[in-house]
Design a protein around this ligand. Sequence first.
Ligand code: DP6
Length: 390
Amino acid sequence: MFSATCVAPVNMALVKYWGKRNEELILPINDSVSMTLDANEMCAKTTITASESFKQNRMWLNGEVVPFEENARLMRCLAGVQRLALANGAHKLPLSWKLHIASYNNFPTAAGLASSAAGYACLVYTLARLYELPLNEELTTVARQGSGSACRSLYGGFVHWRRGSSADGSDSIAVPLAPAGHWPNMHMLILVVNDARKKTGSTRGMQLGVSTSSLIQHRAKEVVPRRVKELMAAIDSRDFQAFAEITIKESNQLHAICLDTYPPCVYMNDVSHAIVNFVHDYNETVGSLQAAYTFDAGPNACIYVLAENVPRLLAAIQLAFPNDAQQSVEYLKGIPVPPVELKNGLRDASIGHVNPNNMLKYIIHTKIGEGPHQLSDEKSLLIDGFPLPK
Ligand code: DP6
C-alpha cells in the first residue's frame, strides 16, 4: 500500500482567466495572473492511497462519495499524471493499482468561494507525490485540465498562467512570478456576501461569453497582454497603487464582459456594488489606493490590502456594513485584527455608507501564501483506504 496526504492553497486572480479556446484541454483565450492565499485559512487537503487489493478507483469529497470514473476532468488528471509517471519511469507504485481518494476543504463550500482550484491542484500534487514526480511545468498542464485556475494553485506567491499557442496545450503552463516572501505584507479581506441565489457556473459563463460577447476578443487581444505586463512590473516593484488600479479595472472588465454576454451573466449583486462604492470612497478619503477589490463568478468581494492598513479598513467596513454577529470570532475568521478607533473624516465617510444590517455573512482575513506541501503519514484522511468516520 502507498499513501500520500497533501495540502493545496486557493488562489485569487488579479488578471482574470475568462474564456477557453479549447474546452476539452482547458486552453484559455488569455493569460492570467493570480495570488496564492495562505493555506492556514483556506485550503484543500487530500489523501490518496493506492493498493493492489482495491477493485476500483473511488473518491470522497468532504466525506461524501463522488462519482470518479464518470468524471472526465478527474480521469484526465489521473491519466495525465500516470502518463508523466510512465515517461519518468522512476516510480515504485505500479500504474495498475487502483486509488482511493479523500479530499476536504477547510472552508465552507456553501460560501461560493473558489474551491475547484485548490481541489484539483491538491489532487494532482498528491498524485505526483505518490508517483514520485517533480513539480514542474508539465504538472501544471495536468492540473489545468481539472480546472483552468487550478494550475496557478501549484505555486505560492504570484503566479502567471501563460495561455500558450500550441494546439496540444503543452505550452499553456503556470509559472511562478514572485514567491510569497517577496511581498509578505500583502493581505486580503474576503467579504462573504449573504446570498442564496443559484448562479451560472464559471465554465458555462465563459462558454456563453466566448460565443456571444463582442467585447471578449478585444479584451483577450488588446487589454490583457498590456495589463499582464503592467501588473508584473507593479508586483516586481511592490507598487501597491499600480497593483490596486489594475486589479480593480480587471474585476470590472470581467463583469462588463459578463453583462455583454447573451443572456447576461450577473454575478455581482446589490451588496457587491455597495462594497465597490464603499472601497472607492474609502480610498478617496484616505487619499491613496489602500484597498483593491476583485470579484470572481459570484457576489463575494476579495479586497487586497497591505497588513498595516487592515485594522483601519476593517473598522470602516464594520461601520458601513453592520452585522449582529460582528463581535463574534465566528464572524471574523482567520488572522486576528487589533481594534482601532476611526478618525473623524474616515468615520464620517464610512457612516455615510451605512447599509442595512447583516448584508455580509462573515469576513475572512488572510494573506499571501505558499504553494502545496505534503503532510506526515499520521495526518492521513484515509484509514486502510477508507475515509475516517465523521
Ligand atoms: C472567474 O477555473 O473555475 O475565477 O476552467 O471551467 O474549471 P474552469 O473554470 P475555473 O474559472 C475561474 C474563473 C475566475 C477567474 C480566474 O480564476 O482567473
